[in-house]
Design a protein around this ligand. Structure first.
Ligand SMILES: Nc1ncnc2c1ncn2[C@@H]1O[C@H](COP(=O)(O)OP(=O)(O)OP(=O)(O)O)[C@@H](O)[C@H]1O
Length: 253
């Protein structure tokens, strides 16, 4: 379970996160949707224990992230928006490094690397230098490294970015399996169809605040719209603007 209470994060004069609260239960997939710069990545970094909040509290499985970030990292898998990998290592060397930091028994590590590498179709790259691999392959390595220690909680920042349709489907099925096993999953995405397919509940974040939260059906009812895209555009005050821009483009192009 993830409990976020009145989270605030400022960078100098920029108030990136302005008092966000939400809960992700065990066995729940929660989607964080919001325009560029609305505070999704900042929120997820704080949840993962890699950034300190200005104020507010995050409990992961009852553990306060600010008080015990190491314990939270032990039970959490975090996939950042941009893969943070060692370019001069091969994937196998990188996974071994992660395995030793996380004290994963050798046999278990090898078994999980083999299974996950096969699932995401990267076996043939395991001996190549990470720096020479494509963005999507790096994203898969980042994902696998977040799953090696069998985390109870998953925090995914636009984790489907760059994945080919086969791998995106596999990740979706894996997330559903994790949810059925009672794990908590929170992810950010700009792909609203994905949120619609996967999320039990979504929170719409705008200018650092959660402005609406609920199931996709609840949000559609709340905003009197039929698609999540229209709900999103309406709530983030972009609907009229998009219409005006499209009109202007039609007239000028
Ligand atoms: N390290 C930082 N230093 C200063 N400002 C930052 C820093 N990280 C984020 N910000 C600012 O905080 C705000 C929220 O950024 P954040 O990356 O959380 O947004 P986001 O919703 O994840 O955006 P995107 O959809 O583009 O990934 C932005 O105004 C951003 O410029």
């Amino acid at each position: 379970m993830i409990e976020v209470e009145n989270l605030v994060k400022s960078f100098g004069a920029t108030r990136a996160v302005r008092g966000i609260s939400f809960t992700v239960k065990n066995g729940e997939i929660y989607g964080l949707l919001g325009p560029n710069g609305s505070g999704k990545s900042t929120t997820l970094k704080i949840l993962a224990g890699i950034m300190k909040p200005t104020s507010g509290r995050v409990l992961v499985d009852g553990i306060d992230v600010s008080e015990n970030p190491l314990r939270v990292k032990e039970i959490t898998g975090y996939v950042p928006e941009t893969p943070a990998l060692y370019e001069s290592l091969t994937p196998v060397e990188f996974f071994n490094f992660i395995g030793s930091v996380r004290r994963i028994p050798r046999e278990q590590l090898e078994e999980r690397v083999t299974t996950l590498a096969r699932a995401f179709g990267i076996e043939k790259y395991l001996g190549e230098l990470i720096g020479s691999l494509s963005f999507g392959t790096k994203q898969k390595i980042s994902l696998i490294s977040a799953l090696l220690h069998d985390p109870k909680v998953l925090i995914l920042d636009e984790a489907m970015n760059g994945l080919d349709p086969r791998s995106a489907r596999i990740l979706r099925e894996l997330l559903i399996q994790f949810k059925d096993e009672g794990r908590s999953i929170v992810f950010s995405t700009h792909v609203l169809q994905l949120a619609e397919m996967l999320c039990d509940r979504v929170g719409v974040i705008y200018n650092g605040e959660i402005i609406a939260e609920g199931t996709v059906d609840e949000l559609k009812e709340f905003a009197h719209e039929e698609s999540l895209e229209d709900v999103f555009l309406k709530l983030t005050e972009s609907q009229a603007e998009v219409f005006a821009v499209v009109q202007a483009l039609k007239e000028t192009l």
